[in-house]
Design a protein. Structure first.
Length: 304
């Protein structure tokens, strides 16, 4: 029996102004409006989906992002990449992931534009909730002759069995075409259901290549077993990796304290959340500001 002096849960929800249905209808509405319902289902069942350029809906961004990528590489390493014709890239041969460039988000505004793409956000919020934050924003270059990348998961430092609710989501933006000869990603469909790393050569004979056109998003669950094939064709494979986490997890790259406060005003409020700045999930002597901490919101929505 409900105690007279103890409010009912429904009354608490009403008082807070929060209703789980708001989140559910918002996420569902965005997925259907953007033509992503089938991709959400494929992600749930197979652990990975490829969203083609026409569904990404980012006209003109591919060329700008690729040029920003090339300029960033040149600033950092002194060489202009010939991504269409290069036979090899010595710097990329010693690692199975190729040449790796970390902490890319603030190198060019176009990288933040991709982060705020409505297709990307709809998939991230569906899988991780509207308080998801960015853990990694990196660039990769793969050249002919590089090594294959073995199967692994992106649930970094998480012991098995992984939580039933996904903790990570990888959204890779393809700056060049993915194909077998271009050294595409490979993955084991359904492997995210195992909630652990593969053991030894487990899954190798079940792995499938991921094919997609430049301008696509490749989206996969953090628990999905994935690797990459060696590149056999001339030229370079270029891609941007956006790795997202639930806000209780620790990001590998921290951006929020390097953003000019004026720059925050250029973007919608979700930008602060994505960078972890608005969650205030940290404090010193002053203690937490409970008015702004998202995890104090009443409700048990899977989208929060």
């Amino acid at each position: 029996m409900q105690s007279a002096d103890k409010p009912h849960a429904s009354d608490i929800h009403k008082a807070s102004g929060y209703d789980i249905r708001d989140d559910v209808h918002d996420i569902y509405g965005r997925l259907t409006r953007l033509g992503l319902a089938a991709h959400a289902l494929e992600l749930d069942i197979k652990g990975l989906t490829v969203i083609p350029p026409e569904t990404v809906r980012a006209p003109g961004i591919l060329e700008r992002a690729r040029e920003a990528f090339l300029k960033t590489y040149e600033r950092r390493h002194g060489d202009r990449l010939d991504y269409q014709h290069a036979e090899t890239l010595p710097a990329a041969l010693g690692s199975p992931i190729g040449k790796h460039m970390a902490w890319m988000l603030l190198e060019d505004p176009v990288f933040s534009e991709i982060l705020l793409n409505e297709t990307l956000l709809a998939m991230v919020h569906y899988r991780l909730g509207v308080n998801a934050t960015l853990s990694v924003m990196q660039g990769l270059v793969k050249a002919k002759g590089g090594l294959p990348l073995g199967l692994h998961t992106d649930e970094v430092l998480v012991p098995a069995p992984y939580a039933s609710a996904s903790g990570h989501l990888n959204v890779t933006y393809l700056l060049t075409d993915y194909s077998v000869e271009n050294g595409a990603l490979s993955y084991v469909p359904g492997s995210h259901k195992y909630k652990r790393l593969p053991v030894g050569d487990e899954g190798v004979d079940q792995a499938e290549a991921v094919v997609g056109a430049a301008g696509s998003f490749v989206v996969w669950d953090g628990a999905t077993w994935h690797g990459a094939l060696p590149r056999t064709a001339p030229g370079l494979r270029l891609n941007l990796i956006y790795d997202f986490i639930r806000p209780h997890l620790r990001p590998m790259e921290v951006f929020f304290d390097r953003v000019d406060p004026a720059d925050y005003e250029k973007y919608p409020p979700i930008y602060r959340t994505l960078l972890g700045q608005s969650l205030k999930y940290w404090w010193r002597e002053e203690g937490p500001d409970f008015a702004d901490v998202a995890w104090t919101r009443i409700g048990n929505s899977p989208f929060r």
